[in-house]
Design a protein around this ligand. Structure first.
Ligand SMILES: [Zn+2]
Ligand SMILES: [Zn+2]
Length: 259
């Protein structure tokens, strides 16, 4: 049995998650789900959002005997195609962030071109793995349905668009750099935008990545408290593709708040 953990959670402070995602409510829900360790990882798209992470930190410091181990992390997003993260060792240390997860959140294209969409994703996945200040690559091949709909594009409904060589290269680079690949229950597994057939293709993609020997992070990416159960779905996928506990990523630092 793999550990019951969730290292990708948002809070109400950054407004991407809704009002149900307060720090005390997240802790209570995690306990209800039987989780033993979680990490808070709200968005840091630009540095002007740092004060909101101070609010999260203050809420964590106020917890007493939460019953689960809690880490204080952050989710990074590229500032433009082939751009940088709003992130450095100085920013990390200023707030005491204990780990960083990050990745690409758009296609960066104006015209529909499926091969280009996939190539841009793959390039950013590898760049994220090679960034020594990032611990986990988030939700590979997640797309915002809203972006596709707004641009009038056909939806990304088959992982067959991703060459198997990309999956292998991703797993190899992740292993070499020590970066974990995220199994994201909310974005890639339980997401209502994807058919059961798509999810099966996605699990097959993860299995090819896993053959390369890298580690994986288990996560819900919840933006609403009821979606924290998606970490359980992610763990089930990790078990399905045959991962053992030594292949499951945990933050290197001691918990910010101990159980
Ligand atoms: Zn994300
Ligand atoms: Zn997220």
């Amino acid at each position: 049995m793999l550990p019951r953990i969730d290292y990708h959670l948002h809070t109400h402070y950054l407004k991407c998650a809704n009002g149900t995602m307060t720090v005390p409510a997240i802790v209570a829900k995690a306990r209800e789900l039987g989780q033993t360790a979680i990490g808070i990882t709200d968005h840091l798209n630009t540095l002007d959002k740092l004060p909101l992470h101070e609010d999260i930190r203050r809420d964590l410091e106020a917890l007493e005997a939460p019953g689960i181990d809690i880490h204080f992390g952050v989710e990074l997003n590229y500032q433009g195609c082939d751009g940088d993260f709003a992130w450095s060792a100085e920013v990390r240390d200023r707030l005491g962030f204990q780990f960083a997860i990050g990745g690409i959140h758009g296609t960066y294209l104006a015209e529909y071109d499926l091969k280009k969409i996939v190539d841009i994703q793959h390039r950013h996945h590898l760049a994220t793995c090679r960034n020594p200040l990032v611990d986990v690559l988030v939700h590979p091949y997640w797309f915002g349905k809203g972006e596709f709909d707004k641009k009038g594009w056909p939806w990304f409904e088959s992982m067959k668009a991703v060459p198997e060589s990309y999956a292998r290269e991703l797993g190899q680079v992740a292993r070499e750099t020590g970066t974990a690949i995220e199994i994201n229950g909310g974005a890639n597994i339980v997401c209502p935008n994807y058919s059961p057939a798509y999810v099966e293709e996605y699990v097959a993609f993860l299995a090819v990545v896993a053959e390369q020997g890298c580690r994986f992070s288990i996560a819900s990416d919840a933006h609403d408290i009821k979606n924290m159960s998606h970490a359980v779905a992610a763990r089930e996928v990790a078990e399905r593709i045959g991962l053992t506990e030594d292949r499951i990523w945990r933050p290197a630092a001691a918990p910010f708040v101990r159980a």
